[in-house]
Design a protein around this ligand. Structure first.
Ligand code: GLP
Length: 242
């Protein structure tokens, strides 16, 4: 794993946006694997600026998102579909039909998961995947030990730690869905290139566990060291326990 330690969130976001822009310019119909959460927002803003300045073009780009709460209406302002439209897609010349986020309103979640995986495969896989990291080392919504390391896209039960971390965004914790649809570790591993971002002291334990702990399903991010092309871009605070 390549590790880049930077000063702060802004620098992390710049570096990540540069790498994404290079991929997009080298392959105008690239498949981008995208994530939600606060961490990639700065990168998304940087990429939107690059688009505004005419440095990159999204007209042929396809995107697949890692995860979505389940059940949730895509119109709900806490859904990840809403998050992506608002924070990224609406700022670009991307065709929304080329953007895929798991459908939180599906009535047949298991069939949907199979279909989602085959959409990714039909694209020839993901060219570059952005990841954040949960405080407990989760990636996407692959929670510690929940599904093992061989899962493809699946429905998962969220852990109390994740519910606590994310319920702040909902009007009341009871309104937060307790399940999610997420790409599995095996789906993520199919990406040709992976960039994982971490910023702030709240991620320091997860980064230590990922880099210094055993490779184990107890810290899903630890498995990334087995992938052939992973870059961690992390600020000093997130790296402070190494
Ligand atoms: C959620 C998402 C993850 C994300 C994590 C960290 O649980 N499913 O994809 O990496 O939160 O979020 P944040 O970047 O806000 O710390």
């Amino acid at each position: 794993m390549k590790i880049i330690v930077v000063k702060n969130y802004e620098e992390m976001s710049n570096r990540a946006a540069e790498i994404f822009a290079e991929t997009i310019n080298a392959k105008p119909d690239a498949v981008l694997g995208l994530a939600t959460g606060e961490t990639p927002l700065g990168m998304y803003n940087n990429l939107a600026k690059k688009y505004e300045y005419g440095e990159i073009d999204f007209s042929r780009i396809r995107t697949v998102n890692l995860d979505e709460y389940y059940p949730i209406d895509p119109e709900n302002n806490q859904s990840y579909r809403y998050f992506m439209n608002r924070n990224f897609f609406s700022k670009l010349n991307i065709n929304l039909k080329n953007t895929f986020v798991p459908d939180g309103s599906t009535k047949k979640p298991d069939a949907f998961c199979l279909e989602y995986e085959s959409i990714i495969d039909s694209f020839g896989g993901i060219d570059i995947q952005i990841l954040g990291i949960g405080r407990n080392g989760h990636i996407g919504f692959n929670e510690p030990s929940a599904e093992g390391l061989h899962a493809l896209t699946h429905v998962t039960e969220l852990t109390p730690s994740t519910i606590e971390a994310n319920s702040r965004f909902f009007a009341s914790p009871d309104l937060m869905p307790k399940h999610a649809i997420t790409m599995g570790i095996k789906s993520v591993f199919k990406a040709k290139k992976i960039i994982i971002l971490a910023s702030g002291v709240t991620k320091a334990d997860a980064i230590r566990e990922m880099l210094r702990g055993k490779i184990s399903a107890m810290c899903p991010a630890s498995v990334l060291s087995l992938h052939q092309d992973v870059t961690l871009i992390c600020d000093k605070d997130a790296y402070s326990k190494i």
